[in-house]
Design a protein around this ligand. Structure first.
Ligand SMILES: [Zn+2]
Length: 460
């Protein structure tokens, strides 16, 4: 997700992201805590919950109309499929080709289905609103980019924003302004979170970056202006090697063989990036920063490839990929990032100049992420420091193996941060277990930073 920048950029970014969610949207509180950590490929296979299997989106940006075609497995015994359409004006709904007329209630569309449980095809024709760059929660024509993280998919297409439901997508987008290209993935071939599909339009230029040993081709799509080609070259110099490291060490990438990093204009807050795999977005102020490209690329493994089980597991996404970006960058001969993390981010957090918090709350889907302190850099940095200290203790190679195992076991499904901690314990010598538990306690479950935090996380 948005990997916010130091103090200077964090405040506006947080304000922007805290713009009120659609009053009627389900938000994270709609999640049901009991089932979120079921995880594993093909999650939802139990049939207990409704499962949107695939979604085809046909979006016309000029007229702001869409047609979404969803293949859905209804919940066992259910007489409706519930879709979030909070921000949409519906034109028509069909189920297996037959028109139906359900009434939207509290932003949710209860699509009638036969309780027999057979899969259905639901087609929804709709208008989607232009969202302002203050709302920052849907299609923003003023900026030429969509943004639906974390649970605003219902402003762009009918969806289920709950984390447990991964979806495969196909997309077609028309109506880009004359002379501009619309950048979107025609196909997202494995289960993705609802905020992953996105579109950006602009006067994109293309820089071929190369191909990894697994055959994944990477490109940079950059905009004319500030940093242009030089910025794109600087920011992506190591991206093929970093991506290759992720594939070799953590496991095969699940979102196809064609990957791009896409420069986007988020106005005054064009810092950081957003994990819209396989064409992930990087803000234009950071397009020359290799760390941000590496960070967003790593979300292909955690955050997207493996979805977090609960919003409270945000650290499994952000802490893990912050660590992976530093680890891979170092392993492919790039710069050492720990002093940058510590001096730029961790010290302000620990010294009270930036938000600090317990980054792994005990609940599951009981918080509203955008209005909770874990939506802050504390989660990124304290999470990364937990991994860094585990690596110092047991060896970075062994930690890579653990991360790889959890990824390969859960790709396409969900996992919780506790699953990672348990996996670390299961794969390390019992003589280290007390120390590992202490690191989890100090970095993840305690608000105050550990004594000597800067030396400990920075000494590498
Ligand atoms: Zn991130």
């Amino acid at each position: 997700m948005v990997h916010a920048h130091p103090v200077i950029a964090l405040l506006p970014l947080l304000l922007l992201a805290c713009a009120s969610p659609p009053g009627s949207g389900p938000g994270p509180q709609g999640g049901d805590s009991g089932t979120a950590d079921g995880g594993g490929p093909g999650d939802g296979g139990s049939g207990a919950e409704q499962d949107i299997v695939t979604t085809h989106l046909a979006l016309d940006l000029e007229n702001r109309t869409g047609v979404a075609t969803l293949q859905v497995q209804p919940a066992a015994g259910a007489s409706t499929v519930l879709l979030d359409v909070s921000g949409l004006d519906l034109r028509g709904v069909t189920v297996d080709g037959v028109a139906v007329g359900p009434e939207v209630r509290d932003g949710m569309l209860p699509v009638p289905v036969d309780p027999g449980g057979a899969p259905v095809q639901i087609e929804v024709a709709y208008d989607f609103p232009a969202r302002s760059d203050v709302d920052f929660d849907g299609w923003m024509p003023g900026l030429g980019v969509s943004f639906t993280w974390p649970y605003f998919c219902g402003n762009l297409y009918p969806c289920d924003p709950q984390l447990r439901d991964g979806v495969r997508y196909t997309m077609e987008v028309t109506g880009a302004p004359a002379g501009q290209r619309a950048i979107f993935p025609a196909r997202i071939p494995s289960d993705a979170p609802s905020y992953m599909p996105a579109v950006a339009v602009g006067d994109y230029q293309e820089l071929a970056l190369g191909t990894t040993s697994a055959g994944t081709t990477l490109r940079a799509l950059y905009l004319p202006g500030a940093s242009g080609l030089e910025g794109a070259q600087a920011g992506t110099e190591l991206l093929v090697d970093v991506f290759d490291y992720f594939e070799r060490v953590y496991g095969p990438y699940s979102f196809g063989a064609d990957v791009a990093t896409v420069e986007v204009d988020w106005g005054a807050d064009s810092w950081g990036g957003m994990e819209h795999h396989p064409y992930f977005h990087v803000g234009r102020f950071d397009f020359d920063d290799g760390e941000v490209h590496a960070h967003e690329a790593a979300h292909g493994w955690f955050g997207d490839g493996v979805r977090i089980g609960c919003w409270e597991d945000f650290v499994l996404s952000e802490g893990t990929v912050t660590y992976m970006a530093a680890r891979a960058t170092e392993q492919v001969g790039g710069r050492e990032l720990w002093s940058y993390y510590v001096e730029g981010f961790l010290i302000p957090i620990c010294e009270g100049l930036d938000v600090n918090t317990v980054v792994l709350p005990e609940t599951c889907n009981e918080i509203d992420l955008l209005h909770h302190d874990i939506w802050s850099l504390a989660t990124y940095m304290k999470g990364a420091c937990f991994y860094e200290e585990v690596a110092d203790l047991v060896g970075a190679d062994l930690l890579d193996e653990v991360i790889a195992e959890l990824y390969q076991e859960r790709v396409g499904g969900t996992a919780r941060m506790q699953d990672m901690i348990d996996r670390i314990l299961a794969r390390t010598d019992p003589s280290h277990h007390a120390a590992i538990e202490t690191l989890a306690e100090e970095w993840l479950r305690t608000e105050a930073c550990p004594k000597d935090y800067a030396e400990r996380c920075g000494a590498h």
